[in-house]
Design a protein around this ligand. Sequence first.
Ligand SMILES: Nc1ncnc2c1ncn2[C@@H]1O[C@H](COP(=O)(O)OP(=O)(O)OP(=O)(O)O)[C@@H](O)[C@H]1O
Ligand SMILES: [Mg+2]
Length: 296
Amino acid sequence: MIELQNGPAERVSEHGSAPALSVRGLVKRFGKADALGGVDIEVRPGQLVGLLGPNGAGKSTLTKIACGLVRPTSGKVEIFGARAGSRQACRAIGYLAELFRYPGWLTADEVLRLHQRLAGSRGGSIERGRLLERVGLNAAAGKRVGAMSKGMQQRLGVAQALVGSPRLLLLDEPTSALDPGGRRDMRTLLEELRAEGVAVLLNSHLLSEVELVCDHVVIVDRGHVVEAGRLEELARPRGVEVELASGARLFEGISRDDVPELVERLVAEGERIYGLRVRSATLEEVYLDAVAEEGE
Ligand SMILES: Nc1ncnc2c1ncn2[C@@H]1O[C@H](COP(=O)(O)OP(=O)(O)OP(=O)(O)O)[C@@H](O)[C@H]1O
Ligand SMILES: [Mg+2]
């Protein structure tokens, strides 16, 4: 769970409302196989949570259950206090599926118009124009999906997810087809949404990107949460890395406070120091540790 530090009473009083997404004891079985084996996750308004895990870990299944597209075997999933799949819950969410395809003959504007009808949005052409601009497709309103590049289609998918101003965004690998500029634009967009109080659950394999934009991460492996928390908490100290004439050397188990003594000792031993860095674990290291432990 993400909010391990806070009890439920504290959570409600802090925000005055139910969490954007609350997943409790979620189990999903496909035949004899457990895709999710009892998962707890909570996302609060204004939080950007990265959902990470190896292929087949259960990330998309969890997201689809939150959307009401897949029925849970057991457990409780609520969106702002409403049961996942209920009308009230569906009204609050925006969803971008991992494998989506819009009909090739529709223009970008027509795709958004269709989704406005599906979502009951009355935003009209103003909303459509604003959304296309937000994802950098303002010049492509009349372009047909069939004539768009993969990255353009993914941008359109994100615009579609934002139709009707959802309060919870569920994005399943929204940047897999984007070029580096597109990824930076997406980060800016996600930061803006967070500032507006939107809650985001972001499925991604792009750890460096998650590290840049998410405040919390949840790592799942084979249907179980194996690590969860704020990024700063998970990025444990790794020691001090010193660049010596012989190359970089990591002094494990020491912290910033030990640096002056370390430098003194190394110089006294005749070493020449070319650089020094206090290291904490990268998200990739945290991820690989969490997933490896589970596999042992
Ligand atoms: N409709 C289905 N019928 C049977 N098994 C399914 C179904 N959907 C998913 N699964 C299984 O559930 C498990 C979790 O799949 P899921 O798609 O949630 O993984 P994921 O974490 O999203 O993986 P990826 O990173 O590859 O997208 C896998 O073992 C998958 O084969
Ligand atoms: Mg998936």
